[in-house]
Design a protein around this ligand. Sequence first.
Ligand SMILES: CC(C)(COP(=O)(O)OP(=O)(O)OC[C@H]1O[C@@H](n2cnc3c(N)ncnc32)[C@H](O)[C@@H]1OP(=O)(O)O)[C@@H](O)C(=O)NCCC(=O)NCCS
Length: 150
Amino acid sequence: MNSLGIVPATAAHAAALGVMHRAAFGAAGWSDQVLALQLDLPGMAGLIAPAGGMVLARAAADQAEIITLAVLPEARRQGLGRALLEAAMAAMAARGAGAMFLEVEADNLAARALYAAAGFQRLGQRKAYYGPGRDALILGRPISIYAAGA
Ligand SMILES: CC(C)(COP(=O)(O)OP(=O)(O)OC[C@H]1O[C@@H](n2cnc3c(N)ncnc32)[C@H](O)[C@@H]1OP(=O)(O)O)[C@@H](O)C(=O)NCCC(=O)NCCS
């Protein structure tokens, strides 16, 4: 456990993860059942911060991906998102991944600022990935067990 109490999430946390995910994403939030199924996928790691945040990341061979990241609206701008992202990078590096990738909606300025501050670079763009006029940016950065959060 780190200083923010971030711990691995299991299927037993699905309801808590669901509350956070739906509070953060509104109508696009995932059900408890979807989150439980996600946690069961090979290579998936979930992390939960009791103060109100969660992240899912998945390793496949030497690469990893942030599947979703959410912080409760009332818990934002206190470093939880950054801490969850760093913990996910450390967990994926420990599983052998050397790079982390993710998609973020182009107009999600809060998330883009978080990822830029965490060293992610823009690698590409997917037109209308989230719907008409809603592009995704593909971001990535190297990760290592020695400097996962550096
Ligand atoms: C994106 C999100 C996870 C950030 O969580 P958070 O706990 O507020 O982030 P942090 O407090 O760790 O912020 C770390 C840094 O990111 C940047 N940042 C975060 N939110 C920001 C905002 N609203 N505006 C500008 N910069 C922001 C800042 O550089 C911040 O550092 P600072 O507070 O010292 O200035 C949160 O806003 C969220 O859950 N949003 C809805 C779901 C979502 O978009 N998830 C990501 C999908 S890809």
